[in-house]
Design a protein. Structure first.
Length: 369
């Protein structure tokens, strides 16, 4: 089997309802990139990458497509089932840009699953659960609005909520955390996520003011060094997210005893292949993780679900997907949809999601033998 064609599409993902607000940016739409790899025996594999706007991290949608354009010609003629070799070829073709490479890596796993008539989660070692928990992110809002959303989402079945803080006064953040805590029902977990929007002093003070409220404190400060400074100064477990940019960052954080858990984004560290390694590293360290991505449609969602289904025991904290914030699906026959706050592993071979290419229009780029 060999790659004979790679097609790339750009697609807009408007946000339904209110803007998505975080400490450092407010979003009303996202720009996603879809990749289709076609083999000489007719198997098609799909991948997707969708950075969370241009100011979330050093990744942006146009950059993803430019990087894929640089890489794609070097993959023609290669066997997509050899994912390790594909990743090496990508690294030889272009330094960095792990997020762009993640879409190609995803498509190769999709092809492998279809070739073996197996789901991606089966190729990753097997699903330990067929239904996985998701969690809902409550954007920056007033204490009353946040509490109202928390009540509604718990009624919909979510048992883990993520509350955004930062980018406003410390008193507002403390009031919001306290108000949401008042409406949490037994069994609901809370993560307070600053998305790097707090300084060290404010992070310490927020944790101290809310010391009687049970939550994990996710990515409070801008840099790894600032977060490391918080060690021993917080009343809550510290989780790292944005500063874990690759496997070396994950290993460093575990070696420094810098965190008690990780919000892992597959595109940020390079795709399914490297998330599989992150899963094993966290398992050996006995530290929980999520299996997420920054944003995206059904392809990203399916990949997150397949990965999450393979994380064992109490080390899995859930998979966040963008479905509650966007409208429509790439594959209306096999959509990745939330039911009672949970996500079912797609049943089909590969990712279990196949976009209708005819609905996407003409590719932005195509490469062929």
């Amino acid at each position: 089997m060999k790659i004979c064609q790679i097609d790339v599409w750009q697609k807009d993902l408007p946000i339904q309802g209110p803007a998505y607000k975080m400490a450092l940016q407010t979003l009303t739409a996202l720009d996603t990139t879809l990749v289709r790899i076609t083999t000489d025996n007719g198997i098609e594999g799909w991948g997707e990458v969708c950075p969370l706007g241009p100011a979330y991290q050093p990744q942006h949608a146009a950059g993803a497509r430019a990087a894929i354009g640089e890489i794609a010609p070097h993959l023609l003629g290669e066997n997509p089932q050899y994912t390790e070799q594909i990743n090496q070829r990508m690294h030889q073709a272009l330094c960095g840009s792990l997020y762009a490479k993640s879409a190609i890596d995803m498509a190769c796993w999709d092809i492998s699953g279809k070739a073996y008539n197996s789901r991606v989660c089966d190729l990753l070692g097997g699903a330990v659960r067929e239904v996985i928990p998701s969690y809902y992110a409550i954007g920056l809002s007033s204490p009353e609005e946040a509490a109202s959303v928390a009540v509604k989402k718990q009624a919909e079945g979510f048992r883990r909520l993520q509350l955004k803080v930062g980018g406003r006064t410390l008193d507002e953040d403390i009031a919001c955390v306290s108000k949401v805590a008042e409406v949490l029902t037994p069994g609901t977990e809370l993560a307070v996520d600053a998305n790097r929007g707090l300084n060290v002093n404010d992070a310490i003070q927020l944790s101290a003011a809310c010391r009687d409220i049970r939550f994990v404190f996710e990515q409070p400060c801008q840099t790894y060094e600032q977060c490391l400074h918080l060690r021993g100064n917080l009343h809550h477990p510290l989780w790292l997210d944005e500063v874990i940019e690759d496997l070396n960052g994950l290993l460093r954080a575990i070696g420094d005893n810098a965190a008690q858990g990780f919000g892992m984004k597959q595109s940020r560290i390079g795709g399914i292949s490297l998330m599989r390694t992150a899963r094993e590293i966290c398992a050996v360290a006995g530290l929980p993780m999520t299996c997420d991505d920054s944003w995206g449609g059904d392809l990203v969602a399916a990949s997150c679900v397949h990965l999450g289904a393979t994380v064992t025991g109490n080390l899995f904290a859930g998979s966040w997907i963008a479905a509650p914030y966007i409208d429509g699906h790439y594959d209306n026959q096999n959509p990745v949809a939330l039911h009672n706050g949970q996500l079912r592993v797609p049943e089909g071979a590969g990712l279990g999601v196949t976009p209708d290419g005819t609905r996407l229009g003409s590719p932005a780029m195509s490469f062929s033998l």
